[in-house]
Design a protein around this ligand. Structure first.
Ligand SMILES: [Zn+2]
Length: 423
């Protein structure tokens, strides 16, 4: 399995695990294409058989109408029937892709029972949020037919900010145990980093990832008073303190750059654009094709979901591109703040080996689906930083004293650059 027992000084990309990583990525991709295909076929069937109209007619008795044109019971039952149908049809695929496959590749530590419990929790949570969003959309379609998309985008923005704030205290604890990172060297190092960045970190938490996965991860979570850096327990003990410091510095970089806000704002702009286009296409179908009774006719639900799905796929590479740019900047921050190029590279290498990450996906795959730069690129980034840094150091040295200093002496390969750390 892992070769951590010997703690090799030079961590290297495991060639056998790279073969597995490519295989695993390919299988997962094929599975998502199959799910998208099933959803597309389902939609074709619904429109061809006019099930969308039949379902609406069948739900006519649920005609409670608190606001003229808005039928909340029809919306919720119509949507739940569609979603449950989809979930039932794709259940074998979900079981294979999210339970069988990660076990086969040694990435999951979940029992079937705990996996099912998470599945149900996630499903219920998603359905509740989706039903609320859809009710809002249909209420506004009934009352604000021209500006509904603007209102939906604004309310979603507000809701996203509230959820980003509440997620670490309300949502994520439903799935993971959190505990404050014990006082010690790591906490000291992070506080020193934050100090030098003239910023304040509200807390560092360890997240019990090991109850679900063997993969390592770290993240910046929360907004405002819930903002915190979270470190997966699958990292503790497996990575050297230097390596963890670089990872923490990357997360601190996200905080210093206000990246959660950047993501929320950019996502909201994309959502606004998508909603506006859906508005145009929906008006065309209702006003000039007269295919539906009204904008807020529940028979438009499959149509709205189809448009949302298509635009979601179109927008995905854009938001992934933004995310990769933000991640590159956080890597740059981590390298600048710690100057520990070797620790950065060995942390990335360990992560590629541990998480079965393909370090060199094809450019098209990376462009479409990856929200982080490929690890191969992140390693090159570190080398690029090292040569930039060495160049700077040698220019400085030359201006001080005209001696030859071309070796990158400024970069400690191990040991800490923080004066107040213990080792
Ligand atoms: Zn990041």
């Amino acid at each position: 399995m892992e070769t951590d027992i010997q703690q090799p000084r030079q961590v290297e990309i495991d060639a056998d695990r790279q073969v597995k990583a490519r295989e695993y990525a390919r299988l997962r991709r094929q599975l998502s294409f199959i799910s998208i295909g099933i959803a597309a076929l389902g939609m074709l069937f619904i429109f061809w058989s006019e099930l969308n109209i039949a379902l609406r007619d069948w739900l006519q008795p649920l005609n409670w109408q608190p606001v003229s044109g808005w039928y909340p019971w029809q919306v919720i039952v119509y949507f739940l029937l569609l979603m449950l149908g989809y979930e039932i049809i794709t259940a074998p695929l979900a079981y294979y892709g999210n339970f069988v496959l990660p076990h086969r590749y040694g990435l999951s530590t979940m029992t079937l029972q705990s996996w099912l419990a998470d599945l149900v929790k996630g499903l219920v949570l998603n359905l509740v949020l989706e039903v609320l969003a859809l009710e809002l959309v249909y209420l506004l379609l009934a009352t604000q037919p021209q500006t509904w998309w603007l209102w939906v985008a604004l309310i979603l923005l507000f809701f996203t900010v509230v959820m980003a704030n509440l997620a670490p205290v309300l949502i994520l604890p439903l799935f993971y145990k959190f505990s404050p990172l014990p006082e010690g060297e790591l906490t000291q190092r992070l506080l020193a980093l934050a100090d030098r960045a003239h910023t304040h970190v509200r807390g560092v938490f360890s997240m019990q990832l090991s109850s679900k996965t063997t993969a390592a991860n770290a993240a910046l979570m929360g907004l405002g008073n819930t903002r915190r850096i979270v470190l997966g327990d699958t990292m503790l003990g497996r990575y050297t303190p230097d390596e963890i410091e670089v990872v923490l510095a990357h997360e601190l970089g996200h905080h210093v750059h206000r990246d959660l806000w950047k993501l929320i704002i950019s996502q909201s702009v994309l959502t606004l654009g998508v909603l506006y286009l859906i508005n145009l296409i929906l008006h065309w179908a209702v006003d000039s094709q007269h295919y539906y009774l009204a904008l807020a006719d529940v028979a438009t639900i499959p149509y709205v979901l189809l448009l949302t799905g298509i635009f979601g796929l179109i927008v995905l590479p854009i938001s992934n591109g933004l995310s990769r740019a933000i991640e590159y900047q956080a890597d740059e921050y981590a390298l600048q703040a710690t100057k520990m190029v070797d620790a950065f590279k060995s942390a990335m290498t360990r992560m590629a080996n541990q998480n079965l990450a393909d370090i060199e996906p094809s450019p098209l795959i990376e462009f479409l689906f990856h929200d982080h730069p490929a690890i191969g690129k992140r390693l090159l980034h570190a080398d690029d930083f090292a040569s930039r840094y060495a160049l700077n150091a040698s220019i400085k040295a030359e201006s001080l004293a005209p001696t030859s200093s071309t070796e990158p002496t400024g970069i400690p390969s191990s040991g800490s650059s923080t004066p107040d750390s213990a080792h």
